[in-house]
Write a protein that binds this ligand. Sequence first.
Ligand SMILES: [Zn+2]
Length: 328
Amino acid sequence: MTAVTAAPALGTLDPVDAWAVPGQERAVAVLRGAVARQEVGHAWAFVGPAGVGQEQAARALAAALNCPVAATPADAPCGVCDVCDRTFRGAHPASWEFSPVGAFHRIDDVRDQWLATAFRTAAEGRFKVLRIIDADRLNEAAANAFLKGLEEPPANTVWVLDIADPDELPDTILSRCRVVTFLPWRPAELEAEAVRLGLADPTDRALAVRAATGSPVALRRFAAPGGVDALRRHRAVLGELRDRGPGFALVAARALDDEVKQRLRVRAAENGRSMESEVRAILTEAMRDHDPAEGLFTALLARVGELGGVELELPERRTPVRGADLAA
Ligand SMILES: [Zn+2]
């Protein structure tokens, strides 16, 4: 979450074209047209691979809605005033960005932060723009809580939902949003970025570019140390499973177990924790909003616990598991 008041920058900037989002001219035209016609509505779904310009587009939208200098209809923010400057830097109190903490957005965050912010009067600005990063990482409970904000939207509030995979989100949410498509990066653009990120080996680079499926964020993950090796191991297992059929399933499961163990070790080392406390942290996080009656998910969590050497006591009742229960 970011919403920070910062000292105003005093007219030292060159005018910028807020709407110049590379490769996303179509999405920008839709947004800009909606502002010009004063038909912005209250919810947008930015559908596309992560990191292809959603942040810039959301900030341009917020600046266009709040810039006090731009002419009316203000489809183009002035780009230089204090409001524009702070909005572009993600530091204007009418613009909010919420990221998932851990694997999912949590129901507590939806209630205590998203909705609380939406229904509170803004300190400044005509419109509040609330952007949900990785909105497809809402579990069912959190999505249901969020519906309240979408069904009874507060005045002058615009939700922007970044969604990489629309299938991961309940229709009840998506059907209340206006959808704008953000295009994936082209292979040549990803290739250039991979070079810049230091992926020197052409074979590694080609693999990372292919697996990134248009997302520079995914590409950065593969370009991190060990990223390509992990990708290769993962694909080898899945490839064999495909080629050799169900008979290979047990071998594949074992290989994937090894992969999970390896990733857990890396994560534990990065966080300076023992394997056991790392696994406990992951499980606590994953179960926070989770209904233990969802059998498959519970089974998966239990397996992660086993791999990390942590025995997980699964409650049978249908009440949410709090972190304290696991930490005990
Ligand atoms: Zn301005």
